[in-house]
Design a protein around this ligand. Structure first.
Ligand code: HMG
Ligand code: MG
Length: 299
């Protein structure tokens, strides 16, 4: 198969995975989860969010989590930042990688961050400028690229236009999100064909509500994309996208890409151990398919 020889998995489980769960994992549980993920070979981990604790109480302890994490020179830890206050909180914790986040539709943007799309870009402009001035790596997320829970189908040209505006702010990387898991490979092809931003600096972020995330990831990989967000055990979702499942499970991407000859650098069994830790903390069995197959001795 014509796939990139190496795939980078950006582990978003501690952030995307935990932000939407009813159970709030205590600080030490979060730190243990992140460290188990690093031990499994994940080299980019989105640890938490410096958002309003009123909006996402599950991650209100971001500062404590960062304070307790042992720095590892080989692992890049990052966090979501919605505004200047978030950036200030992140910088105070020594965070060197942040992510700003907007959306392809007004409906989702309003519900998720209480801003218009234009307003969010106005808020991010000084945030990105200040982060860059301080040598901080900036990711720019676009949500609901393939479909919106409030506005339905999204025109690929409209989603890509928002991605380009985010890139123009100076983001080092984009992450294109299928927030509610509606995308199919043809939609991925349409979006990536229109994107005028280096594919090497573009990550794809697929939620797996309809079971199409793996097919979508392979479509993107065939088109040269080698960076994928994933959530250990398949936990998560967005509190402002009701009913959406978690990200594609990291185990599922590791299994499928490694099986096709693309190296991920992740140890599947150690990864499953990290997911198990999260599952115990959440009092919930990880929903990921590969996780469940690994658990069953016969599969
Ligand atoms: P707001 O209520 O419009 O703003 O929220 P505000 O400025 O009026 O602030 C309200 C309160 O929050 C104030 O406190 C602020 O000080 C405080 P009060 O005076 O009432 O005591 N506040 C903050 N506190 C801590 N850190 C901050 C901060 N900012 C304000 N940074 C806001 C606007 C953007 C803050 C809010 O809407 C918010 O935090 N939204 C975040 C929602 C979120 O985290 N969603 C999930 C992540 S996105 C996602 O999952 C999608 C993704 O995975 C990709 C995909 O799947 O598509 C990335
Ligand atoms: Mg997400």
């Amino acid at each position: 198969m014509n796939l990139p020889p190496a795939i980078t998995l950006i582990e978003v489980g501690p952030r995307d995975g935990l932000q939407n769960e009813r159970e709030i994992v205590p600080v030490e549980g979060k730190v243990a989860f992140v460290e188990a993920l690093a031990d499994a070979g994940l080299r980019e981990i989105e640890v938490s969010s410096f958002v309003s604790p009123k909006w996402v109480p599950q991650l209100s302890d971001a500062a404590e989590v960062f304070a307790r994490l042992k720095p590892r020179p080989d692992v890049a830890y990052s966090a979501l930042v919605p505004n200047m206050k978030g950036l200030e909180r992140a910088l105070a914790c020594g965070v060197r990688r942040i992510a700003v986040f907007t959306a392809a539709t007004e409906g989702f943007c309003r519900r998720n961050i209480n801003m218009t799309v234009d307003g969010s870009l106005d808020v991010f402009r000084p945030v990105v400028a200040e982060a860059k001035k301080q040598g901080v790596f900036v990711r720019g997320y676009v949500s609901v690229v393939f479909g919106c829970p409030y506005e339905g189908a999204v025109d690929p040209a409209k989603a890509v236009a928002v991605a380009h505006r985010l890139a123009d702010l100076g983001c080092d990387e984009l992450s294109l999100g299928d927030t509610i898991g509606v995308a199919v490979p043809a939609g991925v092809e349409a979006v990536l064909s229109l994107l005028k931003f280096p594919v090497a600096q573009t990550a794809m972020h697929f939620h797996d509500t309809r079971g199409t995330a793996l097919a979508n990831a392979f479509q993107a990989a065939i088109m040269g994309c080698s960076r994928f967000d994933a959530s250990a055990g398949g936990f998560g979702g967005c509190p402002y996208a009701p009913g959406a499942a978690g990200n594609v499970a990291t185990e599922d991407l590791v299994y499928a890409f490694e099986g096709c000859g693309s190296k991920t650098g992740v140890d599947l069994h150690r990864l499953a151990a990290a997911s198990r830790l999260a599952g115990v903390a959440l009092r919930k069995e990880p929903p990921g398919r590969m996780y469940r197959a690994l658990k069953s001795a016969t599969c």
